[in-house]
Ligand binder design. Structure first.
Ligand SMILES: C[S@@+](CC[C@H](N)C(=O)[O-])C[C@H]1O[C@@H](n2cnc3c(N)ncnc32)[C@H](O)[C@@H]1O
Ligand SMILES: [Zn+2]
Length: 168
């Protein structure tokens, strides 16, 4: 779809939620040009107390005094995963969060941005970053082969999903 005028007006691009190497992810269904505003990350603004107590994995610190919880259904930007060499970047404009294309993006590509260090250290690092740069496709294949071997020795009826959890 044609991008509307204005740097911070989301272009209405066709996007889809799908399975990714890091759980669910958000994918472009059409090419997106470098610099385009793809989508706004929206959510409910938290009170100061909630900022410290919330365990949501969709928190976004917009400024020192404003944090939003993006777990609302309408916020499909919440499915965008982290990558160390991403194709998108965040721009904050008047306390609103926009996901912008850092380079030209092809149809079918998954969208990523670089989460900040605090979020990365707390939520990604302990389990290991699964972005393409940190975990190349060849390693993903190895994990799948291990899964094939492991499932043979598992008790009958073990679901593939739980076996995947075993090899990750
Ligand atoms: C905002 S959510 C992204 C959507 C998420 N994949 C889902 O299925 O709901 C952030 C969470 O996704 C996972 N995640 C995102 N990027 C990741 C990455 N590069 N490596 C591993 N896990 C990642 C982590 O569990 C993180 O807490
Ligand atoms: Zn990474």
């Amino acid at each position: 779809m044609q991008q509307k005028k204005g740097k911070f007006v989301p272009g209405g691009f066709a996007l889809r939620i799908g399975r990714s190497r890091a759980g669910l992810g958000l994918f472009a269904k059409e090419p997106i040009k470098k610099g385009a505003c793809i989508i706004e990350y929206v959510g409910r603004e938290l009170s100061e107390a909630e900022t410290y107590t919330s365990r949501s994995k969709y928190l976004f610190e917009v400024s020192k005094t404003k944090t939003i919880d993006g777990s609302v259904r309408s916020n499909i930007a919440r499915y965008i995963n982290h990558a160390c060499k991403p194709n998108c970047e965040i721009e904050i404009r008047k306390s609103r969060v926009f996901v912008m294309a850092k380079r030209n993006i092809k149809a079918g590509e998954e969208l990523h941005y670089d989460y900040d260090t605090e979020y990365f250290d707390e939520h990604i690092k302990p389990l290991g970053c699964r972005c393409i740069g940190c975990k190349p496709a060849s390693e993903e294949k190895t994990a799948r082969r291990v899964l094939a071997v492991d499932t043979e020795s598992l008790p009958r009826g073990t679901k593939e999903k739980s076996a995947v959890a075993l090899v990750r």
